[in-house]
Ligand binder design. Structure first.
Ligand code: IDP
Ligand code: MG
Length: 187
């Protein structure tokens, strides 16, 4: 059994679509084992968004692909420059208003959670995914023009190891619940 941490970021909360997103996870059969609304402070935002070189490299390459296709110059001199900027924006956005944090459990929960979210850039996210359905007009271009982070509705852990770490960043042991669900008998 696997667990993943999902954050419904403040854009989801302010659009009033959190219930519909949570329903999708429930419909997929994932079990909610923790959930709360949190208004993060600088300390919590810093614990969640850390600047790590491998992440910055992936971030840089993924965004550069789109800028290259459009013949646009990347507005960052290298991956660490971009990583620092995006990390700062992410931390700022996380503190802009309350978010909903939840832990979902099920077979392949990390992979399933990210599949359901869709591509990081909502513009590239397939219709039927959460980002593709609720934020399709958001793009790297727009984020760059407005000098802010990409507003892509939700965060989902990217590996089972990172998920366990993130779950403990957001929840205490007492807030994580174990209970049986009807679907459990199938796994
Ligand atoms: P993920 O959320 O799909 O895992 P990450 O690479 O972990 O994507 O990036 C964290 C967050 O940083 C993204 O969810 C998005 O909000 C923001 N972000 C990623 N790339 C860019 C960009 O090129 N410009 C602005 N914000 C970005
Ligand atoms: Mg990520």
């Amino acid at each position: 059994m696997e667990r993943t941490l999902i954050l419904l970021k403040h854009d989801a909360v302010s659009k009033g679509i959190t219930g519909r997103i949570i329903s999708r996870f429930e419909d997929a059969g994932l079990k909610i084992t923790a959930m709360k609304m949190v208004w993060a402070d600088e300390d919590l935002a810093g614990q969640h968004y850390k600047l790590d070189e491998a992440w910055a490299k992936k971030l840089y390459d993924r965004t550069k692909k789109v800028f290259d296709e459009e013949g646009k110059e990347m507005p960052y001199k290298d991956h660490m420059h971009m990583g620092q900027k995006i990390q700062g924006w992410n931390k700022k956005f996380l503190q802009e208003g309350p978010i909903i944090a939840l832990v979902l459990e099920g077979p392949h929960a990390v992979e399933v959670g990210r599949d359901m979210l869709g591509h990081t850039e909502p513009r590239q996210a397939a219709p039927g995914t959460i980002r593709g359905d609720f934020a399709k007009l958001e793009s790297y271009n727009l984020a760059d023009k407005k000098q802010r982070v990409l507003r892509n509705i939700a965060h989902g852990s990217d590996t089972p190891e990172n998920a366990e770490h993130e779950i403990h960043t957001w929840f205490t042991k007492e807030e994580l619940h174990e209970y049986a669900k009807d679907l459990d008998k199938h796994f």
